[in-house]
Ligand binder design. Sequence first.
Ligand code: NCD
Length: 351
Amino acid sequence: MRHLLDPTDLSTAEIDAIIERALDIIAHKEKYADACRGKKLATLFYEPSTRTRLSFTAAMMELGGNVLGFSDARSSSVSKGETVADTIRVVSAFADIVAMRHYKEGAPRVASEYSRIPIINAGDGGHSHPTQTMTDLLTIRRELGHFDHLTVGLCGDLKYGRTVHSLIKAMRRYEGVQFVLISPKELRLPDYMKNELGDNYRECSTLEEAMPLVDVLYMTRVQQERFADKAEYERLKDSFILDTEKMALGKPSMIVLHPLPRVNEITVEVDKDPRAAYFRQVENGKYVRMALIYTLLQWKEQAQPSALTPTATDCPCHNDRCISTTEPVEKKAYRDADGVLRCFYCDHSLG
Ligand code: NCD
């Protein structure tokens, strides 16, 4: 069966088809009101969430299906020490599809190895967040009409921001897309992600410098929960703040996106600017998740096309946020385009 663990699990044609499906759902909601009648979505959230969990729930309800699950791992058997592998074997007996959010990177991939039902990654640590990316793509499509030849500015926590990592993996596949990276030096994009960009990016040290260049400005919060050193978080948290003066430097056709929650990085005055698309983006999240649930249930008979071919390895992963450091999973690695050996679960270099 097919899972959605990372944007690379979808071909560009499949991404486009899911966006088209979401647009069809928006135009003909009544056509889909019973599309998942009798089906159950399990939402397994090991980490806090408002938008993503509620939007999955609303999506399944609007497809006529049901939802079960937990929003706090402390209220599940995880608190008794159950592994992801065992939890997913159990949940496979009760539901038809799973949306999983986990603080460990690669946890949804481990789940997919033991599951009898499709797994959707709803965010794993600082790694990946493919359904937010599909939300972002649907928003860009509805606001700007196309993906090709856009310049995308990514601002804030590019190190731990999983939404940034996933958006890059999807957008880099469209023709002529350029990236502008705006972050404090401590929160720069990880090397494995920079490799994805080739020559198609530049780094800016201020928002003022970046504003006139971008068609899409993707603002993110500094990911407090991923910092070992809280003083470091305090020092970096307000590095970039988008306000009306900076908005005045942007193109009239530009849009501002933010996966939310916002902390201080966009002042509330910016909300009134028609180019601020982040609350429209939230609504798109529900429609694209409807399209994803509908499509993955239809694809249940298809084999997962493997974007990566992993091999067993003796090298342990040194990323302490990786699931392989806490659960007894088989150590697996793959070689990237530059021949670097990387962890199959979290993509960090094993060198
Ligand atoms: C994002 C996430 O969880 O990664 N939120 C979301 O899913 N909308 C962004 C964030 O938490 O900063």
